[in-house]
Design a protein around this ligand. Structure first.
Ligand code: GLN
Length: 554
């Protein structure tokens, strides 16, 4: 008989943003380390169809999968922690479920019946969960339920996962509930009451948790864990304290050290395995060790929330760990830089390298163009990601080719030199949701370029999310003036990557390499960018103050 797929559902209580995604990803990590084939999935309450139209300044980065799904940023955590490539099966928003059910109703699938949340909507949810896990051929599927228990919007998900235990058996379903324990400064106490209420809420829906993760900024005393154990009808060993860690990558090790791996194996009747966490322990050791620092500027319009560019941050950090340095991020506000009276030198100062990440809309665009110019003229390493390529091309056209009116038609429809434009076949696209070039596409790399040196491959594949492209009619002009078109699509139709001759390291790509970077395997472009930064700059001492020339250190 075929082995049944085991399901672990991760819910959250008390408040949002407590790191439920990291907990789910960490479970995936320690189970993968035992040799299990893992499927990860996020259920999101929003009525959006996908994350494509969500504002990254509010909701965080839109993560793009190989097959071009625009998803919640938690999928990025899953890919980084579990080292797997996910697909659209892993990100289910309520809008998609409704869309599916309405299509079924219109087709007449319900044969005159009223269509209801239970059982129709919940059945579709269960179908999405089961199909995703089956398609991935998983041993264990870890499903994170977005939002917080008690939200009106999340009821259909909770009801569906409750029914799953009934449908596929108690031995095949485990529930992990993540709660937050606030610290009360006045009495110097970690409080458990909200967590206990949240467990009660969950029990009220008919879900009894099998383990509770207790997030807290302070150490949780044993008495606190015991109170939660009592509320949850669980042995205290199943209540896992998770005090805020210095690095999220430590969470799998904390869970493993606490014995969660064994608890899961026991609960789901899996044969106990020894996890191979050697490489991960190494990584965490490296992350936590004292290192010299290097400042990298990110020129962007959303500068208040790290989550907006989380994959770019993680890719930079991973590249830093590879070179045994820590990356200090300096935000450079593109809008401030845009002002005609901006003091560019002052705003750009203090960085040994610059990244211009992806973006949409005109706000801050002139600032990003100035940043590309600054990096080019001052011979400071530059990494352009998607929009970061487009601004580098516009800058080059304006200041090297002398085409003062050069622009992207995204920002100036009537530009006389539309060096970035929308291609003919894309012009018919009007909706904003899911209408871009999305997902993995191949690129051929020119030999002898920085790009080829980084990848050490002739053809690569990377994830895309954009509408506008390099205007092919200007290829020759750019090349003559010293821009190398280092990556072209195999059909020769699209410019995918550019770099500059006579510059220490200036590379920009039309795609998003950050999505494929892993903490222990940094993306080659980020790795070489940080390598170039280290080579051409001063490093900061651990205290972040003293500046030391690299040559004196090696
Ligand atoms: N706005 C640009 C485009 O649509 C760049 C998109 C991006 O940076 N992801 O082509």
């Amino acid at each position: 008989m075929e082995k049944p797929i085991k399901f672990i559902f991760v819910t959250g209580g008390v408040l949002s943003g407590l790191g439920k995604g990291i907990c789910a990803a960490s479970i995936g990590n320690i189970l993968k380390a035992r040799g299990y084939k893992i499927f990860m999935q996020k259920l999101d309450q929003y009525l959006n169809y996908d994350a494509g139209t969500l504002n990254p300044g509010e909701h965080g980065e839109v993560f793009v999968t190989e097959d071009g799904a625009e998803t919640d940023l938690d999928l990025g955590h899953y890919e980084r922690f579990v080292d797997i490539n996910l697909s659209q099966d892993s990100s289910i928003m309520t809008g998609r479920i409704y869309s599916d059910i309405i299509a079924r109703e219109r087709r007449g699938d319900y044969l005159g019946k009223t269509v209801q949340v239970i059982p129709h909507l919940t059945n579709v949810v269960k179908e999405f969960i089961l199909k995703g896990a089956e398609k991935a051929n998983a041993d264990v599927a870890i499903v994170e339920v977005g939002g917080t228990v008690g939200d009106h919007e999340g009821f259909h998900f909770l009801e569906a996962i409750r029914e799953m235990r009934y449908d596929i058996g108690i031995d095949n379903v485990m529930y992990c509930h993540t709660v937050f324990l606030p610290y009360l400064g006045v009495t110097k106490e970690v409080k458990t009451r909200p967590a206990q209420f949240s467990i009660r809420d969950l029990q009220g829906i008919g879900i009894t948790p099998d383990a509770v993760f207790c997030r807290s900024d302070q150490a949780i005393p044993k008495g606190g864990l015991e109170k939660i154990a009592r509320a949850a009808n669980l042995p205290v060993t199943s209540i896992v304290p998770l005090q805020t860690a210095s690095t999220v990558y430590e969470v799998p090790l904390t869970l493993e050290n606490y014995g969660l791996g064994a608890i899961i194996e026991q609960r789901l009747h899996l044969t106990p395995q020894q996890p191979d966490l050697l490489e991960w322990r190494d990584l965490v050791g490296k992350i936590k060790s004292d290192k010299r620092k290097v400042n990298i500027g990110i020129v962007a319009k959303y500068t208040t929330m790290e989550d907006t560019y989380i994959c770019v941050f993680e890719a930079l950090k991973a590249a830093g760990w590879h070179h045994n340095v820590d990356i200090n991020i300096k935000w450079i506000d593109a809008e401030e830089l845009s002002s005609p009276t901006a003091n560019v030198t002052e705003l750009m100062s203090g960085c040994a390298g610059y990244v211009v990440p992806g973006g949409f809309g005109i706000r801050g665009i002139e600032g990003k163009i100035k940043a590309a110019q600054y990096a080019r003229e001052h011979e400071i390493p530059y990494l352009g990601l998607c929009l970061g390529l487009q601004v580098a091309v516009i800058e080059f056209a304006r200041n090297v080719l002398g085409w003062g009116k050069a622009h992207s038609t995204e920002f100036d429809e009537k530009s006389l030199q539309p060096v970035i434009h929308i291609m003919e076949y894309q012009k018919t696209i009007v909706n904003k949701g899911g209408t871009m070039r999305l997902g993995a596409y191949p690129t051929r790399l020119k030999k002898g370029t920085r790009l080829h040196e980084a990848y050490r491959e002739d053809e690569i594949s990377e994830r895309h999310r954009h509408r506008f492209e390099f205007n092919n009619k200007y290829r020759k002009d750019f090349e003559k003036a010293g821009m190398i078109l280092a990556g072209i699509s195999p059909s020769n139709e699209l410019v995918e990557a550019i770099e500059l001759k006579d510059h220490p390291w200036f590379v920009a790509v039309q795609y998003h390499p950050e999505f494929k970077s892993r903490p222990n395997r940094p993306h080659p472009l980020f790795r070489d960018f940080v390598g170039a930064v280290i080579k051409s700059s001063s490093l900061l001492d651990v205290d972040g103050v003293t500046s030391v020339r690299l040559e004196t250190l090696v």
